[in-house]
Design a protein around this ligand. Structure first.
Ligand code: HEM
Length: 150
């Protein structure tokens, strides 16, 4: 908690809701959903991937800006900006920006290709999306640990 004010508490709550949605969604997708897809025949797997990605990326389009904007609001509203913030918040900021860049790379890279393309090209896009989501999941978990190391 940064200060006793209700606004600061609300901003932290919004920040954490966005974090839980984004990182928790990736954890579920990677660890629970992905291995479970093996029960489906390949064409159905691709169809399910299309549905899951479309919905999950729409969710992250909301969670990611929420995390960043609430983070900046706390950073500049209560902690005195980059100079006033403890080291871990600055690391969080840097890793948060990298996570956002990786998400954009997914959406405008392999996901855009998968939306345009046919099912034959889809497995390569799915594999690239898997790698990038794994990178973001690991970063997200690291950021959560870093965030608590005050
Ligand atoms: C632009 C990016 C970000 C900025 C500027 C930012 C900034 C902040 C600030 C100012 C706080 C409040 C710290 C305090 O209460 O003293 C905070 C808390 C927190 N942030 Fe971020 N954040 C960013 C991204 C992220 C991301 C991507 C994650 C996780 C994936 C994350 C996880 C957390 C957690 C778990 C806390 C609670 C820490 C605690 O209260 O001990 N943040 N963040």
């Amino acid at each position: 908690m940064i200060s006793g004010s209700t606004t600061a508490d609300l901003l932290l709550a919004l920040h954490l809701l966005g974090v839980v949605t984004w990182v928790g969604g990736m954890l579920f997708a990677y660890i629970v959903l992905r291995p479970s897809l093996a029960v489906l025949p390949p064409p159905s797997r691709i169809a399910l991937h299309r549905q899951v990605f479309r919905r999950f990326f729409l969710v992250v389009w909301h969670a990611m800006p929420l995390v960043l904007l609430s983070g900046y609001a706390m950073l500049f509203g209560y902690l005195g900006g980059f100079a006033g913030a403890p080291w871990n918040i600055n690391v969080m900021h840097l890793l948060g920006l990298i996570m956002a860049a990786i998400f954009l790379a997914v959406v405008f890279g392999p996901w855009a290709a998968m939306r345009r393309g046919d099912d034959e090209a889809a497995p390569a896009s799915i594999e690239r999306i898997r790698q990038l989501i794994l990178a973001n999941l690991v970063l997200g978990l690291i950021v959560i640990v870093v965030a608590t190391l005050n």
